[in-house]
Design a protein around this ligand. Sequence first.
Ligand SMILES: OCc1cccc(Br)n1
Length: 447
Amino acid sequence: DGTGTQQQAQQRKVGAAGPRTSSKEMVDTSPPRGTRDFYPEDMRLRNWLFGEWAAVAQLFGFEQFDVPVLESEELFVRKAGEEITDQLYNFQDKGGRRVALRPEITPSLARLVLGKGKGLALPAKWWIVGQCWRYERMTRGRRREHYQWNMDIVGVPGVEAEAELLAAITTFFSRVGISAADVGIKVSSRKVLAAVLERYSVPPENFAQVCVIVDKLEKLPRDKVEAELAALGVSADATEGILSALSCRSLDQLGELLGPAGHDALGDLRQLWALAAGYGFQEWLVFDASVVRGLAYYTGVVFEGFDRAGQLRAICGGGRYDKLLGTFGGEDVPCAGFGFGDAVIVELLKDKQLLPALTQQVDDVIMVMDESLRPAACGIAARLRAAGRRVDVILEAKKMKWAFKHAERSGAARLLLVGGGEWERGAVAVKDLASREQTEVPMDQLA
Ligand SMILES: OCc1cccc(Br)n1
């Protein structure tokens, strides 16, 4: 799966492990466990995907930022039992610092916002595509890296921010040919859980851990989840209250169940649906009270994109995180954002036959017929490139047959042959690879 075709290719180990005993043994040509190589044909798909993400970010007026893939470990040390922190790709560097390959990007964004303090004009709308890592025991054979598109809005407390983020997600899907019939976005709010916990006097400091446990309902049997809640000290009544709230099938039913305590959550969700209707993406949204997401720091609206055929893992996910900055010792700033990985979306595009056909983009291939004319041919290439044509120069003497095959394989429009009688007449032989016609073009008419 994913944009790299080298998914866990059969380990092509050549020779025994350990230091190479002689030059004839080849290195293991597979990438490190859980990682992918991107050969040129893979990079064309990856660049196309990242290009669509960038185009949507620009359509929404977001600004790109970047941060190191290596961060201080403390950015990701959270005590809520999340999978993402349990699988931290962390180590001690040669300076004795505890560092980690980031498993997500939001904490880095928080670090930058805190670093700017009052100097950051709000609201900030930032986007990034970055590789994220986890160290998972290979027993499950899952990947250890993926590229994630993030869009975040900093400094907007209302659900107008979440509506804008959902609009960006649905805009992306539409651009690549995916419709609301293919994909839905489950939406809920953690304020639902907060209201239930308050009713049953569950201490607020347990909120994040309860959310992380409840998020496992999709993967673990109910009794295991109940046991984990009990282990946290959540009473059976509270657990019953949580599970009945999460099984509500509509906003009205949820409103009846929560009463006035649900006012905040219901207000947010109703306003979000109204904005979605305004944007015209309401058909993508599915209210699902069981959506909590697995990250500890969400505090409000949460959402996740899913394939309606139910064949794939979540496509993307996000939500509001108003208290993350406070956990780093800073002033809280209301934030909302999402992450969108590069693997599940490619599986979905494959399933829907929506993968774009991407070929190498070359306009001209130049071959010299006489090595003494190579400097002149380089000058022609320079002129054509200056005019914006993508030129591949054949760098050594080749047979004509090879040159034609190479030009076609490169997807070139023209093959230019420098030399022979044409050169005597101040021209170049030009083979149009589509019509297969060969013409003689004077040098100054080549571009
Ligand atoms: O979304 C969880 C995650 C984090 C880092 C790397 C990979 Br693969 N997956």
